[in-house]
Write a protein that binds this ligand. Structure first.
Ligand code: NAD
Length: 424
């Protein structure tokens, strides 16, 4: 089996996560180059993958101006830095794995999809949920007709109050102008999974939601701008920064605030950095709760709820068909199959890790699928494609449009206007 060579743009949390497969499977995958301006991250990555100095770059432009270095490029920079490196990498003949969301601009999403198609290159978007055993099993059950004809989907994204505070109030995805709106940044996964499970294109969409809690008027009395500046609510506030970032067992949130996980470095990070800010005094504007209603071409209807106000960070789903129901809880790795007219239901326990890290096995599944497609040089089909990812991204854009304008959006005319702009 030929070894697949990868180059990484953006050695952040996601980029490191995907490329770990090369460390554990050196005979099958090799990372040959990295680009990241953050010296500490670049050097750590260089050491982990034993890269030559001349294969480490401070910017993606420098990397992509070299003669072709690898079979594929992984673009793992922040949301608004996806379009340019992806277009350049495709033009240079690389297969591309791109982080979601593809771009905060619908026209750019369409342009990237069309470019990959025109050049016949593999272009996969990191819609990791499709690769989980949890959603894979549900999809299979629908296709096998276990609940008859699918009619309705009720899907919840339970963000978790602590995850909302970290990523969407204090962190990188707090402000839609700097990254993208919540429905794109976080919930484009959910739009994609509903498109997949419904098994037809989305026809109409409407949405409501707002940022209601993480606002200044809800701050505890006398709360300063930063937690460590003598907050009077330190004992009672669940968002008091040391309770998340100075605990003994380091987790992915602590890694996001400091590469150095020593207590002193983390203390400094919350004294000076964005993660030490009071959650009620940040520059966040993304919603903390939102609903989306959808109607698909095959008459399936779906309702999606995203909420910050949950204990768990996971997804729960209920699918209703003419002959039964499927109920699933991703965190618990549990799927219940109910058949109408039968007294007892069947419970399926999946033997895969749940939770935030690795998206219940989805991250690894996605990388291996991409490697398989690259090895086949684009002649095979994966679980998803750029065309489909563009469709599900357009559902997110349409939902946001509806939330802001109050309109019910018809997907076909909504998509046409952006396609016309992309091809102008
Ligand atoms: N698929 C998923 O489930 C999932 C989950 C979380 C985040 N994401 C997405 O993954 C992407 C990356 O997220 P992250 O948490 O790893 O972010 P991150 O900020 O940790 O990493 C991004 C890296 O890009 C680097 N970078 C900046 N400018 C660069 C340049 N010119 N050239 C090369 N590198 C450059 C930064 O220095 C940083 O190290 C985001 O788009 C995010 O929305 C996807």
């Amino acid at each position: 089996m030929s070894k697949v060579k990868l180059a990484l743009i953006g050695a952040g949390l996601r980029g490191i996560n995907y490329t770990n497969v090369a460390i554990s499977n050196p005979d099958e995958v090799e990372v040959v180059a990295v680009a990241d301006p953050w010296e500490e991250r670049r050097l750590n990555f260089q050491e982990a993958h034993q890269l030559k100095d001349e294969m480490c770059f401070t910017d993606w432009r420098e990397m992509l101006s070299q003669p072709k270095l690898a079979d594929a490029v992984l673009v793992c920079t922040q949301d608004n830095m996806h379009f340019e490196p992806t277009m350049k990498a495709l033009e240079a003949g690389y297969h591309v794995l791109l982080e979601k969301p593809m771009s905060p601009d619908p026209v750019e999403c369409i342009k990237m999809g069309e470019k990959a198609k025109e050049l016949g290159l593999v272009f996969s978007i990191c819609h990791v949920l499709r690769y989980t055993r949890f959603f894979g099993t549900i999809k299979h059950m629908i296709e096998e007709g276990k609940i008859g004809r699918l009619m309705s989907i009720q899907h919840n994204e339970n963000v978790g109050y602590w995850h909302q505070a970290h990523s969407f109030v204090r962190g990188n995805w707090r402000n839609s102008k700097e990254s993208s709106p919540m429905i794109l940044a976080k919930s484009c996964h959910d739009m994609d999974i509903m498109l997949w499970l419904a098994g037809a294109s989305c026809k109409r969409i409407s949405s409501f939601g707002s940022l209601s809690h993480f606002r200044a008027e809800n701050a505890p009395k006398g709360a300063p701008k930063r937690c460590l500046d003598g907050c009077p609510a330190a004992d009672t506030c669940i968002y008091y920064a040391p309770k998340t970032y100075l605990i003994d067992e380091p987790n992915w949130m602590q890694l996001a605030i400091s590469n150095d996980l020593s207590y002193e470095a983390r203390q400094k990070a919350i004294e000076e950095g964005p993660y030490g800010r009071c959650v009620y005094h940040c520059d966040n504007d993304v919603v903390d709760h939102q609903v989306v209603n959808m109607e698909f071409d095959n008459e399936v209807t779906a309702v999606f709820t995203m909420s910050a106000f949950t204990q768990e960070c996971s997804r729960t789903i209920k699918l209703m068909g003419t002959a039964g129901e499927i109920r699933g809880a991703m965190e618990k790795n549990e799927i219940e199959w109910i058949r109408f007219g039968q007294e007892s239901s069947e419970c399926i326990h999946l033997d895969t890790p749940g939770g935030h890290a690795g998206h219940g096995g989805g991250d690894e599944g996605l990388v291996w699928d991409f490697i398989k497609l690259v090895r086949a040089n684009g002649s095979e089909k994966g679980l998803t494609s750029a065309d489909i990812s563009v469709q599900s991204h357009l559902m997110s854009f349409a939902a946001e449009h509806s939330r802001l304008t109050g309109e019910v959006v018809s997907l076909s005319s909504f998509a046409e206007q952006f396609a016309a702009q992309a091809n102008a």
